[in-house]
Design a protein around this ligand. Structure first.
Ligand code: ATP
Ligand code: MG
Length: 436
């Protein structure tokens, strides 16, 4: 039989066997963010296109090449979110959150859409965990956000990450730097790729982020932003470094990091791994002091980061980081015959109301086939219900690990299962105590 179609290129499915991993990671990320005062917000998958062209920036790869943009039936230009910051800023402004006590701290886990060439760690639909902090200009806020990213990676058991930081200054110091870059790259304009020639006038810093080997080679010798920082920006960057050192967070200053999006000011940073191939940037972030005002709000310093969940999980798999095991069912009820199948359905419903995970036969299968199935799903206990069990009102609960069986009155199934589980848990505790 031929399939009607397959998933679009660059998208992925999370299958039932893996969903627990995703739930675990997402929950941990949001929980740890909450320790820092971040609360989750949820924004729409699509927004008005201008939100992204104006905030992400129309000289960026994301806006120039990667957006999923379409005209809807009402003739509006709509774009699937390529990242989470723009929508989050729109949301906090639209709901007046920045008029309340600052800082406002928001976290999110969301899907993003970018029309890119799919490869390992680069998808067209991917997921980001991110945080945004509004209202704090002080470098302690930068250190806090970086320390949160560091914290989640550590908690998930990820090792060997490199934190790279840079400052890309403020509009004042950047103007001088951009001129210096323009002069430098103009001398190489013959060799630059087409896109970068276009960036030369409008945003030469973008060239530093170009992935073409020729452009990156030229960029390596370009003037460095750190030599152009104004006193305030320099002070901010130095304080941040001192804080990171005191927090025992290892970092290196990498003056070539400019980040892919237009809205950044001052601090930018990336957490990079060299264990998952060329798409090694797991987390990227920084400060964006001008964005809120640019989007119509009062001038409000802000900063944040976004972590790619596919890259994070790829790294966790590679490093065999611990994930919680999939839960196994507490009980498989194996009925024999139509009457027993109905009785089992009712018993299972009762048990689930008590919080037990219970599976039973809904296929009308033979006992042998059911036992095979109970084995496959690793049920802790199995109980066979046939005509004689129904007539006599007693049945047997079998522990599938030890083979041990106990007889009980069918009407007391909940208590019997509870007792058997307690006994099993105690035995396991004793076993692990003995092993210590
Ligand atoms: P890259 O340089 O790899 O293209 P980027 O600078 O475009 O990354 P950001 O916009 O900063 O990425 O997004 C933050 C994080 O989201 C990245 O560090 C990465 O982990 C993840 N990410 C970005 N694009 C993709 C993608 N197409 N597929 C999977 N993850 C992605
Ligand atoms: Mg990119």
């Amino acid at each position: 039989m031929a399939l009607l179609t397959t998933a679009p290129r660059g998208t992925g499915d999370v299958l039932p066997a893996d969903s627990k991993k995703w739930q675990y990671v997402e929950r941990k990320l949001l929980e740890i963010a909450e320790l820092y005062g971040f609360r989750e917000s949820r924004v729409p998958v699509f927004e008005h296109t201008e939100l992204f062209t104006r905030s992400v920036g129309d000289t960026t790869d994301v806006v120039q090449k990667e957006m999923y943009t379409f005209t809807d039936k009402g003739d509006r230009s709509i774009t699937l979110r390529p990242e989470g910051t723009a929508g989050t800023v729109r949301s906090v402004l639209e709901h007046g959150l920045l008029n309340e006590a600052l800082p406002v701290k928001v976290s999110y886990v969301l899907s993003c859409y970018r029309y890119e060439k799919p490869q390992a760690g680069r998808l067209r639909e991917f997921h980001q965990f991110g945080v945004e902090c509004f209202g704090a200009a002080d470098p302690t806020a930068d250190a806090e956000v970086i320390s949160l990213a560091d914290d989640v990676l550590q908690t998930l058991g990820v090792r060997n990450m490199h934190l790279e930081i840079n400052s890309i200054g403020c509009p004042t110091c950047r103007a001088k730097y951009q001129q210096a870059l323009r002069d430098y790259f103009a001398a190489h304009s013959q060799e630059l790729c087409g896109t970068c020639v276009g960036r030369l006038e409008r945003n030469p810093m973008r060239i530093l982020d170009c992935k073409s080997p020729v452009c990156s080679k030229i960029a390596a010798d370009a003037p460095k932003i750190l030599d152009y920082l104004c006193e305030d920006c320099k002070q901010h960057f130095e304080t941040l470094q001192a804080l990171l050192t005191q927090m025992q967070i290892n970092y290196v200053v990498n003056p070539t990091i400019v980040r892919g999006l237009d809205y950044y000011t001052r601090t930018v940073f990336e957490f990079v791994s060299d264990e998952i191939g060329s798409q090694g940037t797991v987390c990227g972030g920084g400060r964006y002091d001008g964005l809120v005002e640019q989007m119509g709000g009062n001038p409000t310093p802000a900063l944040g980061f976004a972590m790619g969940l596919e890259r994070l999980m790829m790294l966790m798999d590679k490093q065999c980081c611990p994930f919680p095991e999939n839960d196994t069912p507490d009980l498989y009820l194996a009925p024999m015959g139509a009457a027993a199948q109905q009785k089992a359905a009712v018993l299972a419903a009762d048990l689930r109301r008590e919080g037990f995970s219970v599976l039973t036969d809904v296929m009308g299968r033979s006992l042998k086939a059911q036992m095979k199935y109970a084995d496959k799903i690793h049920a802790d206990f199995v109980c066979v219900l046939g005509d004689s069990e129904l007539e006599q009102g007693t049945a047997v609960l079998k522990n599938m690990k030890t083979g041990e069986s106990v007889e009980f009155a069918v009407e007391n199934l909940t208590d019997a299962l509870y007792d058997a589980q307690t006994k099993l848990a105690l035995a396991e505790l004793e076993e692990s105590a003995a092993a210590l």
